[in-house]
Each structure stands twice: as structure tokens, then as C-alpha cells.
Design a protein around this ligand. Structure first.
Ligand SMILES: [Zn+2]
Ligand SMILES: [Zn+2]
Length: 349
């Protein structure tokens, strides 16, 4: 028994593992991935949350901001890679680091604004987004009247179309959902972030209503753990979790499905034993690593995050740990302890 695949010319026996397309995290802010969750919610809306937590001169924000952004972005890439995410949408400026051997793919072709509350010229940002690209904005991240009203404001600005992707949408009323659906717009669902920040998330009826929807973690400022945690939550709410976590996101973000991006795992929603991006192995379990020739194995390094199995990733983890521990010790990735900080991780193969 066993199903064999050839990757990079290497014959791997995947045995009982299932092969599936790489997962797509439709919403993250990669540079916050080492931060703990901040805030004592639930808040009525995200503006209230942001005012409460943004104190760059105080701990723990100060010491986390001292970590160079390039390092924090890499940790964000690894947070996603370890969960089997092959493509992430980073809701911020595209960073040059994403083009030079970043751990995973980062969506490049989209326009965005932060939100109606924190972006001055939302209409301008929408209008300068190329016509074939999605326009992504945080919206209705709250449970009060302000949050409920934002979709109507966006519509008045002319920025609610079939290209529009609203992140969160928790505060939408039935009329708001109706407007979104008529516009052909889509939503990104970040359930665990929503529960932390505003105390509730999208109702089951909305998720199963046929509205175009993708799944996101959001940043570590509001969600601990990783995309697999979101999938577990999504599975408890809907039978469509798998569709939302893969095909839904490609549709919402208008990203191509790359045939060279795939994962192998025991079951959808479990930690991957193999992650392949653009035909190249980026993550492999110690069990599968025994098939790697020595010359390839040397490119991989062990990493383990609390509550997840140890894996090997194609990244210089020892150097990353050493650099990062000059600023933070211990190192936590989205709230979970990174094993290897303080010890000497070896590739183990
Ligand atoms: Zn966000
Ligand atoms: Zn260790």
C-alpha cells in the first residue's frame, strides 16, 4: 500500500496521507505574528479596541516593535506555513521580502484600505485599484450602530462592487447583507479574532447563505494559534469549511490556483506532513524526511510550536531563532511557545 509522489525528483511514499490543494489564509497582518493578543474585550467596535491597545511606548508593544520588521514578517510566513497555508493575504503594503525566498506565497495583486475609520481617502484607494483586482477593507468589525452603518457608507462612496472584499462584517444587519449580496461583494470571516475583539462572529445562516466567503486568521493581536485553529472553528459551524478555506479564498481574492502548491495531511484540518509550493518542498515531517537525499535534507531545519508536531522547514531556523532572541526570549508565535529558543535545534534527519 501507499501512494508515491515525485517532488523535486524525490520519490516520497505518502502512505495514508491525503493530498489536497494548499490552504489560503485570506486575512493576516504578518508583521504582528510575534505579538501576544492585546486588549480586554469584547469591545463595541474595532476602533475602540485599537485606541485601547495602541501604546507603542509601553510594554509589551514596545519590545515587540523593537524586533526588526523583516524578522517579524518571516515569523508570520512560518506561522502560516506550519498550518499548511501556501498563500496568504497580508493586509498591508506589499513588502520586497515577499519576492525573495519568503516561506510562502503572498497575494500581490489587490488594492486595499485599512478601514473607513482609519483611512482618509477610501474612495481614492478604491478608484486607483486596477479594475481586475479585488479591493479589500476592514468593515463592520463591531456590534454597534457605527459598525452596522459602514456598509452603507462604503456603498455611498461607490466602493461597494463585485470587486469589494469586506473583512469581518460582524456588525452587518440583514439589510447590510442584502446590500452586500446585491453588489456581488465578498466577505472574509475571521471567527476567533471576532470572538476575542467584539464577542461574536458571523451567524451560521450567513455562512451557509451562499455569499462569497473566505477564511482568515487575522493578526496575532487578536487571534492566537494558526489557520488550523480557524478551520476547527469553521468546521464546528458549517459543512463548507473545506470549500471556504481553499476554493472560496481563490474566488474572493481572485488569485490563481497554482498546481505546484499542495499539501499532504492525514485529514483536512490537521497539521500538514508535507507542504509543497511551486513544486518545491517547504515543510516536511521527520517521518517523510527520511526519503530526502542528504544534499536536500541539509536545507531543512527543525521547528516546533507548542501544541503542534515538530516539523522540518526549508528555512534557517537556528539563525532566525538566534536573531530573534536578541529581542524576545522566550519566543512565542501567535501566543504559542516556539521550541528551539534556548536549545540547539538540529535538522534531525
Ligand atoms: Zn485585520
Ligand atoms: Zn527544544
Amino acid at each position: 500500500m501507499g501512494s508515491h509522489v515525485i517532488v523535486e525528483g524525490i520519490d516520497l511514499d505518502l502512505d495514508e496521507l491525503q493530498i489536497m490543494p494548499g490552504l489560503v489564509n485570506a486575512h493576516d497582518h504578518l508583521h504582528f505574528s510575534l505579538f501576544p493578543r492585546l486588549g480586554l474585550g469584547p469591545y463595541e467596535n474595532a476602533t475602540e479596541w485599537a485606541r485601547d491597545i495602541y501604546h507603542p511606548d509601553r510594554e509589551p508593544v514596545r519590545s515587540h516593535l523593537a524586533v526588526p520588521k523583516s524578522l517579524r514578517l518571516i515569523w508570520g510566513g512560518l506561522r502560516n506555513l506550519l498550518a499548511g497555508v501556501t498563500t496568504v493575504c497580508h493586509h498591508d503594503e506589499y513588502h520586497p521580502a515577499f519576492d525573495s525566498g519568503f516561506p510562502i506565497r503572498v497575494v500581490k495583486r489587490f488594492g486595499w484600505a485599512h478601514s473607513l475609520a482609519f483611512t482618509e481617502d477610501v474612495r481614492g484607494r478604491f478608484e486607483t485599484t486596477p479594475a481586475d483586482q479585488p479591493f479589500i477593507i476592514h468593515l463592520a468589525e463591531g456590534t454597534d450602530a457605527d459598525a452596522a452603518g459602514e456598509i452603507f457608507k462604503l456603498h455611498e462612496l461607490g466602493a461597494l462592487t463585485e470587486r469589494t472584499v469586506v473583512v469581518h462584517a460582524v456588525g452587518l444587519t440583514a439589510e447590510g447583507w442584502d446590500l452586500l449580496r446585491r453588489a456581488g461583494a465578498a466577505a472574509v470571516w475571521c471567527p476567533r479574532s471576532n470572538l476575542f475583539t467584539v464577542g461574536r462572529t458571523l451567524p451560521r445562516q450567513v455562512i451557509d447563505s451562499g455569499v462569497r466567503i473566505a477564511l482568515g486568521t487575522d493578526s496575532s493581536l487578536t487571534s492566537e494559534g494558526d489557520f488550523l485553529d480557524e478551520i476547527q472553528f469553521a468546521k464546528s459551524m458549517t459543512a463548507c469549511a473545506r470549500k471556504i478555506a481553499i476554493q472560496g479564498a481563490h474566488d474572493v481574492l481572485r488569485t490563481p490556483k497554482h498546481r505546484g502548491d499542495w499539501i499532504a495531511t492525514r485529514r483536512f484540518g490537521e497539521a500538514p506532513e508535507l507542504v509543497v509550493i511551486d513544486g518545491e518542498i517547504r515543510l516536511i515531517s521527520p517521518k517523510l524526511a527520511k526519503y530526502l537525499p542528504q544534499s536536500v535534507c541539509e536545507c531543512f531545519h527543525r521547528i516546533q510550536v507548542e501544541d503542534r508536531p515538530a516539523v522540518l522547514v526549508r528555512w534557517d531556523v537556528p539563525a532566525l531563532l538566534e536573531e530573534t532572541s536578541r529581542y524576545l526570549n522566550p519566543i512565542r508565535l501567535a501566543g504559542r511557545l516556539v521550541c528551539g529558543a534556548g536549545c540547539h535545534p538540529a535538522a534531525g534527519c
